[in-house]
Design a protein around this ligand. Structure first.
Ligand code: BDR
Ligand code: CA
Length: 318
């Protein structure tokens, strides 16, 4: 059996997206991942900034060529665009304002690249999405056959028995484009959803950050530098020096599902609530659920020490 997963990574790079790119780069080196393409979307920053950040990180990791990076949707379907400068800096990389990358994004829009790659390798492509789901929603509208062409969709987003992180109830990636997210959960494809309930318990803290800082490689120095902004933003929330590297958990559960615990839920996105727009909901009654929507595999917990060790090992192996 071919143990290499072929991935399309859709992101809004973004500090934890950047850590995820480094994690994926380590898995590429190990032969576990073939990164077929990257799409960027509005979210933490605008999608061109996210694409340039993606190129910066890939180049830092020694992945200079062969991975098309495509700019995607610059705004959500049905609301205004918002960025996350307080969490990721105005440049998305903790206000480090790094030099321009050598490479440039490709001309093709992200949704078109995703559809083209999925059609070229039916049943092989896994889509990892760690930003708002506008590009995936657009790709579903572009090609109604897409669900039958994709092996799996892995999404970081949502919150069930956990407070929201952008409104009282909603998680940022879903809240940034609730209509697109609901299209993704409505489609007939296998979805693994990694919500705040699973990511928050994996927060890294002082000892982990100190161990990372003890490594003097270019990738580790970069990670320490950009994470310092993120840690400053997270420390008041966690009441402890630390940060939640949400997106990397989704990538790790995609490659090593045995590290997670899961529940099957037919997930919907609240689109109209004044206080709850952008919240992920499911029918939790013990009656046979009336919802006929295809259930999503939702991560509800996992092996936190393994996540910490494997992420640290990836970030320091480049
Ligand atoms: C998600 O929101 C973004 O700020 C992060 O990059 C992550 O994808 C967490 O809610
Ligand atoms: Ca993200």
């Amino acid at each position: 059996m071919n143990r290499t997963r072929t991935i399309f990574y859709d992101c809004d790079t973004g500090i934890d997206d950047a850590m995820t790119l480094l994690y994926l780069a380590s898995r590429i080196r190990a032969g576990a991942v073939d990164l077929a393409g990257v799409g960027t979307v509005h979210g933490n920053v605008d999608p061109l900034t996210g694409a340039l950040n993606t190129l910066r990180v890939l180049e830092l990791a020694g992945i200079q060529e062969g991975v098309p990076v495509a700019v995607g949707a610059a705004r959500p379907v049905a609301q205004d665009v918002h960025y996350a400068a307080d969490w990721h800096g105005t440049d998305g990389l903790g206000d480090t304002h790094l030099p321009e990358p050598a490479g440039r994004p490709v001309a093709e829009p992200a949704a078109a690249l995703l559809v083209r790659l999925a059609r070229a390798m039916p049943g092989e492509l896994t889509v990892l999405a760690t930003g708002p789901l506008t590009n995936l929603g657009a790709a579903l509208l572009l090609d109604p056959e897409l669900p039958s062409l994709v092996r799996e969709v892995v999404v970081m987003g949502g919150a069930f028995d956990h407070p929201g992180n952008i409104t009282t109830h909603a998680e940022a990636n879903i809240w940034h484009d609730p209509e697109a997210a609901d299209l993704v959960f409505a489609a007939d494809w296998p979805v693994l959803l990694v919500p705040l309930d699973a990511t928050h318990p994996t927060a890294v803290h002082g000892d982990w950050l100190d161990r990372l800082a003890a490594h003097d490689t270019a990738a580790a120095r970069f990670a320490v530098r950009v994470l310092s902004f993120y840690v400053d933003a997270y420390t008041p929330v966690l009441r402890n020096r630390g940060a939640v590297i949400h997106d990397a958990l989704a990538a790790m559960l995609m490659l090593e599902p045995e590290l997670g615990e899961y529940a099957q839920r037919a997930v919907r996105v609240e689109l109209r609530g004044k206080l709850t727009r952008g919240t992920t909901v499911w029918d939790a009654r013990s009656l046979p659920a009336a919802d006929t929507r295809r259930p999503v595999r939702v991560a509800v917990g996992g092996d936190v020490p393994a996540f910490h060790e494997r992420l640290l090992s990836a970030l320091t192996s480049l």
